[in-house]
Design a protein around this ligand. Structure first.
Ligand SMILES: C[S@@+](CC[C@H](N)C(=O)[O-])C[C@H]1O[C@@H](n2cnc3c(N)ncnc32)[C@H](O)[C@@H]1O
Length: 254
């Protein structure tokens, strides 16, 4: 199966409980579908290329933009960051060159976490493989929790659950920075949603592409105990480093 085909259509397996073909609320399925995608890429591409494609490409640019956004939204230079869905480490690597504070990166896929750990020159930073939803950190530990291109692949229930977790691990006044896909953004609708519909029709078992809506995020946030700091569109240049292409939401723990 070619790379373009893997990315567009994913892998086809017989549906069944816990298989990669049912990436719903089943913890085994959520992990399996992500691991299967990375395994397929690693089988088809040189290691570094597989790592870059697995997290959506734009390796150097993405790491720089994410780092600039976290600083822009107030990550203190000695603050503690939790990077949910840290992937292959593009944020960790760039941030490690300019951040004195602590870091915890978590992800479902062992190969990605291993890569992130390998390329990040900070022995004091922690990388952990998790199995479903949850942040392995004590209450009120973090200054910021980020989700870059993560809620784009989760069910709404799972994203809400992760926001509850973020609220638990954040200090009062701590912030969430999350990126998301939205229908009101024409590029997201044309170039992500419509191909996702086509992939669904063809029986794809690739990780889900899930859209969120600002009103829903604001409602969840208020319910959990966050204030909305701001929403930004996918094309907005929030910092001179450029934009991620995804919409952004910043929340602050009350
Ligand atoms: C598109 S990649 C983005 C990776 C990274 N945030 C970046 O921007 O380079 C999405 C990542 O989220 C991870 N992921 C998906 N579901 C997750 C979950 N429930 N908990 C933690 N990580 C998850 C995937 O394994 C993948 O590494």
């Amino acid at each position: 199966m070619g790379i373009v085909s893997i990315l567009k259509n994913g892998l086809r397996r017989k549906p069944g409980p816990g298989s990669a073909a049912s990436p719903n609320g089943d913890p085994r399925a959520l992990k399996a579908v992500n691991v299967a995608m990375v395994d397929a890429l690693m089988g088809a591409l040189p290691h570094d290329e597989a790592m870059a494609v697995a997290i959506g490409g734009d390796w150097d640019f993405g790491g720089k933009v994410q780092t600039a956004l976290l600083k822009h939204y107030g990550l203190p230079s000695d603050g503690f960051l939790i990077d949910v869905g840290c992937g292959a480490g593009r944020l960790a690597k760039t941030l490690s060159e300019q951040h004195q504070g602590g870091y915890l990166g978590i992800d479902l896929v062992p190969a990605l976490v291993n890569n992130a750990r390998r390329i990040t020159p900070r022995a004091d930073w922690r990388f952990e493989v998790i199995d479903h939803i949850g942040i392995p950190a004590p209450d009120a530990r973090a200054d910021m929790v980020c989700f870059f291109s993560v809620m784009t692949h989760l069910l709404h229930e799972q994203s809400y659950w992760y926001l509850e977790e973020a609220h638990r691990v954040l200090k009062t006044g701590g912030r969430v920075v999350l990126s998301f896909l939205e229908f009101q953004e024409p590029w997201h609708f044309e170039h992500v949603f419509k191909p996702t519909v086509a992939a669904a029709k063809s029986g794809s078992t690739a990780p889900l592409n899930v859209f969120l809506d600002r009103a829903a995020i604001a409602l969840w946030a208020n319910d959990i105990g966050f204030d909305v700091v701001e929403f930004r569109g996918g094309g907005d240049e929030v910092t001179p480093a450029g934009n991620l292409g995804q919409a952004l939401c910043v929340l602050e723990k009350r």
